[in-house]
Design a protein around this ligand. Structure first.
Ligand code: AMP
Ligand code: ZN
Length: 498
């Protein structure tokens, strides 16, 4: 295990050496989706970025407990304390039970994650499954004097907390400055300060999801679920907390506030934030109506798309940007990603076909050293705050070398057997385990289609060799009916789908 991993910490605005609380173990919490409609590509970017982070931590040998929640209650339409619950609103419009909405979109989310080869977290807790823990946390915060009740709603007292620690540390904005840019509370509000937020909200009788509490019928505030569930599964202080950058100023700032108020500690040592997927420079968002859904990309059915893009092309497209940079959606960038992905996968296939003479001593020491150096660089780039674009650049350099060995433009036996073995191990594990790229030509059905097609084509070739034109034509026509075209070339017969 290496201790040279560096992580950019939003809390300190610095790249820091990663030191886990417990040696060899990592507690990782990422804010998951609010399951009131289909996840869009922007959401996917965030979950895919954390998938690579999770995968690399595992690759380094850490035992990781990865918790990513499902928000199924409490997230209001204004992302704050006002408006309708997003799930209840959708349930009302579709005339379904809130839990039907939750079930439908949770299943959809999991399907999409699977298509992108995103690993399942170790725990996927839901807000509605942790009402008791949220009530307990609210009670504790009240007892500690950092919350007050007004009309059945419990508010966190931000002004008081700001005396305990710097409330604006994560967002880099001092509370005093925030006040100067904010309107005074109108006389109607029960809040004592404009930045106070609800831990627990009183529910009107028509509110669809509500629970009994010491303060009457109500429901938890959006930020509270993450504090209660991360505390339950990872402890009061854990290693890494993540989410999209848009969560910094309110959701994550208030998660820290809740932990400080309840446990007198900030919940996580490292705060990691992914940047936004944009469309023509504007954040992709459900509310701005500029969101693409994954299936629209896979089918090429959105008006802005010139063609369909496969899940692995899209995964590669995201990995070509650092998680902390914005990435703008464009057909050109996706087409380039498609080429890049294929180049890497083809190099990997070529690598697996190479055979080394087994000689331990290198015929050309410079070549041997160059390959070892590039393999080390893969780790250096990933250790530098999970820099996937730079890691991919190194993998491309290695691909050029592999292609040269494959085309016999360079001599594979210039590498020692050990270096060759290391090349296979590191290259393979970076592509498959760390970057999570699957070979789409064989993995969709474990190669069954390819195997069956080879069998059919062989039967057709046998028929032709016997001059049984009737059988060979029937096979070709039936394949054509399935939109499968067959081409006979000098190197044999190939097939494709129209
Ligand atoms: P939500 O379902 O709205 O709670 O969002 C789930 C996650 O997706 C959060 O971590 C958001 O920060 C993230 N997210 C939302 N929009 C985008 C976007 N355009 N690009 C990247 N991440 C996003
Ligand atoms: Zn959260």
């Amino acid at each position: 295990m290496t201790n040279s991993l560096k992580i950019y910490n939003t809390l300190t605005r610095q790249k820091e050496t990663f030191v886990p609380i417990q040696e060899g173990r990592v507690g990782l919490y990422v804010c998951g989706p609010t399951v009131y409609n289909d996840v869009h590509m922007g959401n996917c970017r965030t979950f895919l970025s954390f998938d690579v982070i999770y995968r690399y931590l595992i690759h380094l040998g850490y035992k990781v407990r990865y918790v990513r929640n499902i928000t199924d209650a409490g997230h209001l339409t204004d992302d704050g304390d006002e408006g309708e619950d997003k799930i209840s609103k959708k349930a009302r419009i579709d005339q379904l039970e809130p839990m039907e909405i939750v079930h439908k979109y949770t299943m959809g989310f999991r399907d999409v994650m699977k298509q992108f080869n995103v690993l399942t977290p170790n725990i996927e807790p839901t807000a509605t499954g942790h009402i008791v823990e949220q009530i307990e946390m609210t009670k504790q915060i009240l007892q500690n004097g950092y919350a007050y009740e007004a009309n059945g709603t419990i508010y966190c007292d931000v002004d008081k907390l700001n005396q305990l620690y710097d409330y604006g540390q994560l967002s880099g904005r001092k509370l005093d400055d925030l006040y100067t840019n904010t309107r005074e509370l109108d006389g109607q509000s029960d809040k004592r300060g404009a930045f106070d937020f609800a831990l627990w909200k009183k529910a009107n009788p028509e509110h669809l999801q509500q629970w009994q509490s010491p303060w009457g019928m109500g429901f938890p505030g959006w930020h509270l679920e993450c504090s209660a569930m991360s505390r339950k599964y990872l402890g009061e202080r854990f290693d890494i907390h993540g989410g999209g950058m848009d969560l910094v100023p309110i959701h994550h700032t208030n998660e820290i506030a809740q932990s400080m108020a309840c446990c007198k500690t900030t919940p996580a040592n490292y705060w990691m934030h992914t940047n936004m997927l944009t469309v023509n420079g504007t954040k992709m968002s459900k509310s701005l109506n500029n969101a693409f859904l994954p299936h629209e990309l896979f089918a090429g059915s959105h008006p802005l798309l010139e063609q369909a893009y496969s899940p692995m092309t899209v995964r590669f497209f995201f990995l070509q940007a650092h998680y902390s940079s914005t990435i703008d959606f464009s057909n050109e960038a996706l087409q380039a990603a498609e080429k890049g992905y294929k180049r890497l996968m083809n190099a990997h296939k070529s690598l697996l076909q190479l055979t080394h003479s087994g000689n331990q001593t290198a015929g050309n020491n410079t070549e041997d050293k160059a390959v070892l150096q590039l393999l080390d660089e893969c780790y250096e780039r990933m250790n530098d705050d999970f820099n996937t674009p730079q890691t991919i650049a190194v993998l491309f350099e290695l691909s050029s070398k592999i292609n040269a060995y494959h085309n016999k433009q360079a001599n594979l036996n210039d590498l020692s057997k050990d270096t060759f073995d290391r090349l296979i191990t590191v290259f393979t594990s970076f592509i498959t385990n760390v970057l999570g790229l699957l070979d789409e030509t064989t993995t969709a059905d474990n190669g069954i289609t390819e195997g069956l097609m080879q069998l059919v084509l062989q039967m057709r070739t046998d028929a032709r060799n016997r001059k049984d034109w009737l059988t060979s034509d029937i096979i070709r026509d039936r394949l054509n009916d399935l939109k499968i075209t067959v081409k006979d070339g000098k190197d044999g017969t190939t097939w494709g789908v129209d």
